[in-house]
Write a protein that binds this ligand. Structure first.
Ligand SMILES: [Cu+2]
Length: 151
């Protein structure tokens, strides 16, 4: 009977101590970040790393930031808040105007359209309005003068 208890104790402790090491996994993510140039790249990547990302690589052509981070250390929203704090709009967080105004002249990128603008632009540029297939406006300016319809 004694050996049974010992065996049961070992069995139970094996269950409770079996490691679930979700903490050590690394999350990889692609985040859209608005920006222009090599200087933007440095700032964006520096901000992401300061917020806890282990790696950060922003592509000026696609405006996509590839990050890797441990969920136990930081989060996508924390990283995006840090980038927005440096003046750059991200897909989830829009930088405040003061932070944007602080950017170097060459870094003053075309800002992210708000959700309302995006849907307005879409509505303006859809085929029924423009009468042109596949037309798209970059922003409301192109929409207002219908230049998107002429493209
Ligand atoms: Cu720049």
């Amino acid at each position: 009977m004694k050996t049974f208890y010992i065996a049961a104790a070992i069995f139970c402790s094996a269950i409770f101590t079996s490691p679930v090491s979700a903490q050590s996994t690394v999350t990889k993510e692609s985040i859209k970040v608005w920006g222009n140039c090599g200087m933007c790249k440095k700032t964006i990547e520096k901000s992401a790393k300061a917020a806890g990302a282990s790696t950060a690589d922003w592509n000026p052509e696609t405006q996509v930031l590839a990050v890797a981070y441990k969920p136990s250390k930081t989060s996508s929203s924390q990283i995006q808040k840090a980038i927005a704090g440096a003046g750059y709009d991200t897909e989830g967080v829009t930088a405040n105007d003061a932070a944007y105004d602080n950017l170097h002249g060459c870094c003053k990128y075309d800002r992210k359209a708000t959700a309302a603008e995006t849907s307005d632009v879409k509505a303006c540029c859809d085929n029924s309005t423009c009468g042109k297939e596949g037309s798209t406006c970059k922003d409301m300016a192109g929409c207002k003068d219908k230049s998107c319809c002429k493209m």
